[in-house]
Design a protein around this ligand. Sequence first.
Ligand SMILES: NC(=O)C1=CN([C@@H]2O[C@H](COP(=O)(O)OP(=O)(O)OC[C@H]3O[C@@H](n4cnc5c(N)ncnc54)[C@H](OP(=O)(O)O)[C@@H]3O)[C@@H](O)[C@H]2O)C=CC1
Ligand SMILES: O=C1CO[C@H](CO)[C@@H](O)[C@@H]1O
Length: 318
Amino acid sequence: MARTIKLNSGYEMPTIGLGTWQAAPGEVERAVAEAVDAGYRHFDCAMLYGNEREIGAALRAKMDEGAVRREDLFITSKLWNTFHRPEVVEATCRRSLEALQLDYLDLYLVHWPVAFKEGEEPWPRDAQGRIHTTYIEPASTWRAMERLPALGLARSVGVSNFNSQQLARLCDAAQLPPAVNQVECHPYLTQRALRAACRARGVTVVAYSPLGAPNAVRPATTEAALGAPAVLHDHRIKELAAKYAKSPAQIILRYLVQSGMAAIPKSTNPTRIRENLDIYDFELAPAELQFIDSFNCGVRAYPLLEVQHDVNYPFHIE
Ligand SMILES: NC(=O)C1=CN([C@@H]2O[C@H](COP(=O)(O)OP(=O)(O)OC[C@H]3O[C@@H](n4cnc5c(N)ncnc54)[C@H](OP(=O)(O)O)[C@@H]3O)[C@@H](O)[C@H]2O)C=CC1
Ligand SMILES: O=C1CO[C@H](CO)[C@@H](O)[C@@H]1O
């Protein structure tokens, strides 16, 4: 099975990438170096994660040592919600490039369809203590995103956390369709309707929190209420893992990739970094993909309930 997926922009994206959120400065450098040595070429970054400078330094060191060439890497970054005004999109992209020590990104994403009050505070609050959102039409932010490939700043542009209606509206207004919609996806949130909507528009789905974010602090409305265990401990996943002599994480990642998605598991642990890339030597049967699809129970690790008052909050529909 191919280790890359072709985007509608014509570029190839490796189907497994390293997630870098909550990979703390100090440990993320080692994780990135380890990942490059293990064969990772795709790195998922964001201004919000506060570690692009360290990731950039680690990648630069690996390039200087001759372990990898820039053209073999696929680096994603994301436009944070406080920088949706079209006039600041290019400058914000340049800030991530500078931090990452890169001339261009392979993929630049609108992180959320919701705009926050502009400024350096990533989670601004209003007088009532709610997240201070503002209305900026996603299509107007997108027009600024569309200019980045021509400027040589990003090879592909895309979105994240867009629901199927938001994606359709954006595609209808776009000159350049988004290459990617990066959304939470794993066996407990299989996103079948959204995946079909993306497929119909030629948009590749990148699965974030692909292992169900076992470290997430979950709202009381999710697993506890549903009685579901963390997906990595699901006995049906464990049975498939035993059958294929693979780990539960490998079964889940293989399911996502075989279903046509890319996945970006985060790890800073050398053993797990290697484990998560080692999914290309076995194949799940079509019936097993359908079986895993049936585990869906709508458990979302990151519902971002703090912004559900905003008109562009995405998770009211799939
Ligand atoms: N666009 C968006 O809005 C969002 C994007 N993301 C992106 O997606 C990435 C991944 O999502 P994330 O929420 O981190 O969740 P993941 O599902 O990737 O889970 C990460 C957790 O699983 C552990 N882990 C990693 N590999 C294994 C394994 N093989 N077996 C058991 N446990 C394992 C990690 O611990 P350890 O490090 O110790 O191995 C970490 O605690 C993020 O890092 C970020 O890049 C995430 C959320 C939102
Ligand atoms: O990428 C992300 C990491 O998690 C955050 C949750 O606080 C998200 O808001 C964000 O999209």
